[in-house]
Each structure stands twice: as structure tokens, then as C-alpha cells.
Design a protein around this ligand. Structure first.
Ligand SMILES: [Zn+2]
Length: 94
């Protein structure tokens, strides 16, 4: 729920990353072809622009859901830890 889809600019593989990390200056490796993707607000690439736009939207929705979360917290920490473990095995850490 707090992650967005990213499409690799090189191999076109689609993967997911957390919206909270996907901000200007962020970079990460494609789990498929291992090219490093750079996310910048002034990027001209449509895949990067779309991912950043989606991440902004999700972060906004997360902020709006924060108040509701006080009464019903989601097990997001558990999910992200599992996801991080999977990406770590696919490529090296920055
Ligand atoms: Zn790739």
C-alpha cells in the first residue's frame, strides 16, 4: 500500500519500492538487470517521472491516513522488512 511501481528504464522490468524512499536524489538498482536508476524531480524520463508522481501521491495519502492510523495501525514494518530482504539478495546495497 505504501509502495509504488517503478519501471526500469533499461530492461522495462516492473518492480516496487517504498514511496517514502522515492524522493528527489534517490537511487536504486533494478532487481532484474542491476542498472542503477536515479530519481530526480527534473528527470525527463517518463518512467522516472511516473514513479515519482505516484510516490508523491502515495505519501500524500499516507499523511492523510496518519490520523486514522492512530486507532488502527497497519503491520507495515513487517512487510517492508520482508521486501528489503528480497531486494538485498538481488543486488548490492548502496
Ligand atoms: Zn532493469
Amino acid at each position: 500500500m505504501s509502495s509504488v511501481q517503478i519501471q526500469c528504464t533499461r530492461c522495462k522490468n516492473v518492480f516496487r519500492d517504498r514511496a517514502g524512499r522515492l524522493q528527489d536524489g534517490y537511487s536504486r538498482q533494478c532487481p532484474s538487470c542491476e542498472v542503477v536508476l536515479f530519481f530526480a524531480e527534473d528527470s525527463q524520463h517518463p518512467f522516472v517521472k511516473r514513479a515519482m508522481r505516484d510516490a508523491r501521491k502515495v505519501r500524500k495519502e499516507m499523511r492523510e491516513a496518519d490520523a486514522a492510523k492512530l486507532t488502527a495501525p497497519e503491520p507495515q514494518g513487517q512487510q517492508s522488512r520482508r521486501f528489503a530482504g528480497r531486494t538485498r539478495s538481488a543486488g548490492r546495497e548502496d
